[in-house]
Write a protein that binds this ligand. Structure first.
Ligand SMILES: Nc1ncnc2c1ncn2[C@@H]1O[C@H](COP(=O)(O)OP(=O)(O)O)[C@@H](O)[C@H]1O
Ligand SMILES: [Mg+2]
Length: 309
């Protein structure tokens, strides 16, 4: 196996009329990754996905899937893709199973075995013979994924899959997407405007705002990236005495009492000196930890406080 990316976008631009909806976007997604596409409503996530799956033309630039160009090798490129772009159409009065049978008839070579396989991949075995109208939103979502997986794609694209799911449903989705990447080697692209969920689900996240790619990073780098001052939580007793001691230390930008301890804004390099000073001031230090900035905070910073839809 080569380490050729599963998906590659090169300088992709989409114009509709005079509006530039996607502006010169490039990124690669390697095999087995859960890749997040994050941005506020109207950022251009769906448009980009529609171009990837051939539902919309590409104004400029190239998109390839497993090395096949979506523009001029469309059939070969799309063969590798399973996608849910709009809400998947389901017959609510049919069982989940019959929905899959119905859909499988449209794809050559899908066996009953494959249907059973995708049902177990999304862990719907126990409910697959119930009518879809009795399904929870999470189960419908899973049935949609099962449908998208029928033809054995290497790439699964889900546009806003967490929309309307409750926290338990989101956790489930995350778990079985992980399971798919691990056991089937499938690559997954999910879009979302919900930052906290991307944080839980993805390996890497691309941030899109107003059609432009403004950042692309490993999820842990997003959260941890902070040169200069950051917030630490210091547990020391007595708290008031500790606070007074900390406020006098050079390099401490701010310190205040919080429920979990003292919130101290300083550079990481200053921590040993702060702890030493607390000890010298006869306070007892029970713990020091960095408080990670959430993805949400980072996102607001990057987009300049843009309203998140
Ligand atoms: N067919 C279209 N014609 C004109 N403008 C469109 C069309 N589709 C999307 N847009 C515009 O493109 C921008 C991006 O939309 P979209 O890709 O749906 O964003 P997202 O999925 O991130 O919410 C929006 O400003 C939207 O109004
Ligand atoms: Mg959208």
């Amino acid at each position: 196996m080569s380490n050729e990316p599963i998906v590659s976008l090169r300088n992709v631009t989409k114009r509709i009329g005079r509006a530039t909806i996607i502006d010169n976007v490039s990124f690669d997604v390697p095999k087995g990754e859960i890749f997040g596409f994050l941005g506020p409503n109207g950022a251009g996530k769906t448009t980009t996905i529609r171009m990837m799956v051939g539902l919309m033309s590409i104004t400029k630039g190239e998109i390839s899937i497993k090395g096949k160009n979506v523009k001029n090798e469309f059939e070969q490129a799309i063969r590798h893709v399973g996608a849910i772009v709009e809400n998947p159409e389901m017959y609510k009065f049919l069982s989940g199973y019959h929905n899959l049978i119905h859909y499988a008839r449209m794809i050559p070579g899908i066996t009953k075995e494959r249907i059973n396989e995708v049902v177990s991949l999304v862990k719907l075995e126990n409910r697959i013979h119930d009518k879809v109208k009795k399904y929870s939103l999470g189960m419908r979502q899973r049935l949609g994924v099962a449908q998208a997986l029928l033809h054995n794609p290497s790439l699964l694209i889900l546009d806003e899959p967490t929309n309307g799911l409750d926290p338990a449903g989101i956790r489930e989705l995350r778990d079985y997407l992980r399971y798919l990447t691990r056991t089937e080697g499938i690559t997954v692209i999910v879009s979302s405007h919900l930052l906290s969920e991307m944080e839980l689900m993805c390996d890497r996240v691309a941030v899109l705002n107003k059609g432009k790619l403004i950042d692309l990073k490993l999820i842990q780098d997003f959260i941890g990236s902070n040169n200069g001052a950051q917030t630490f939580l210091i547990e020391a007793l007595p708290a008031e005495q500790a606070l007074a001691a900390i406020l006098g230390i050079e390099g401490v930008e701010d310190a205040k009492a919080a429920p979990e301890g003292l919130e101290v804004i300083t550079e990481r390099d200053r921590i040993p000196e702060i702890v030493a000073h607390l000890v010298r001031s006869n306070t007892q230090v029970y713990g020091v930890r960095a408080r990670n900035q959430s993805l949400e905070d980072r996102f607001l910073e990057m987009t300049g406080g843009e309203q998140i839809g």
